[in-house]
Design a protein. Sequence first.
Length: 443
Amino acid sequence: MPGESAMKIQQAERTDEKLVRGIGVPSLTANIISSTIGAGIFVIPAIVAKGLGSAAPLAFVCCAIAMVLFVTCFAIAGSRVSLTGGLYAYVEVAFGRYVGFLAGILYFLTALGAVAGVVNVLANSVALVVPSLGSPVMRIVVMLAVYGSLVFINIRGVRKGAGAVTVITFAKLVPLLLFICAGLFFIHPANLSWSAWPGSKAIGDSVILLIFAFVGVEVALIPSGEVKNPARTVPRSAYLALVITTIIYILIQIVAQGTLGGDLANYPDAPLAESAVKFLGNIGRTILLAGATMSAFGFVTSDILSSPRMIFAFGRDGALPEFFAHVHSRYRSPDVAIITYATLAFALSVTGTFEQLAVLSNVAVLLMYLLCCAGCWVLVQRDVRSDGKPFNFPGMKIIPALAIIAIIWILAHATLWEFEVTGAVLAVASILYLARVQMRQKS
């Protein structure tokens, strides 16, 4: 098995040698922060406050501790497997192509749930700005317009799609930083006090939802084949980004809760915008609503550019029928994959709420993290290594075990429905995969 892993890495590295290793600590850190801080943080503070009240910041701390364990596993694996694909490459090298395929399916389900949930946030933000677009029928029209326009842009070529993605990072961070810097001076300490320690169930229920706001590092690690000195860059960037993101999130929750108090839970659609009214007036509300809308649209734009490529790759590699790898004759874009992905996302957006879709996405991503943490332990046991000295420290082998325990605890707070949906998708995907393998063997 070690020889097989080494051979797979060498084979993939020969392909990755065509890429330029130009991503350093600053750019990878920025990429992780950009991938992590999205539209969810504009609405999640109200949902967490509903479950935990003034103790809500505690859920952020618990989530950050769990993420430290997960990120450490990613850093260990990333220092040993520096291939394009990130977590999916780590899982494939550790467990083989089939399990790697399942990790890809879990990413696909994560992306679908996330983008569908964020489109719900986008529709809510638009309705708050233009109330006439808030009816159920008009919400569907808004969602259809979002997906339709982005499908049109992306089918016309990757350059058009990449150009549309250039909307983000500072544009979406500016309203949040303004909210924090101005709001800290208007906090009422009494709104942040809590007398009783919340129960394990209440914290767990909040953490499984809050994971939605913390995930993103796995997307930023996909271009691992283009990272300079990955054994050093991946760990430093991942930890730095997690620290910055956690500080921003906790400050956002403290400002929202410190200004609105118990009323925070009463504004599920736009809690930060309502909080901003307290210290910036209506202009603050408008800025935060614009920020939420921009962040949501930016996330969806980026996702429609990237995630359909997973369907295309499955079709190209024979895991799905070749039809899904169709390329547009004129624009040379994966048109069938883009249309298929957007259609599935639209159906989920219409039938689910943000909270349902966020938890569904989180169950899939946590299962993917579970595979990666287990794969991390296997990579260390086999001493798989790429270029450079691997990330090592005393007691390293216990981290994957602690991470797996944390994942199991968080997953214990998911509902049976979320597991049923995820299990059904994996079962159908496995049947299709095995059928394709048999067909290839016969031919």
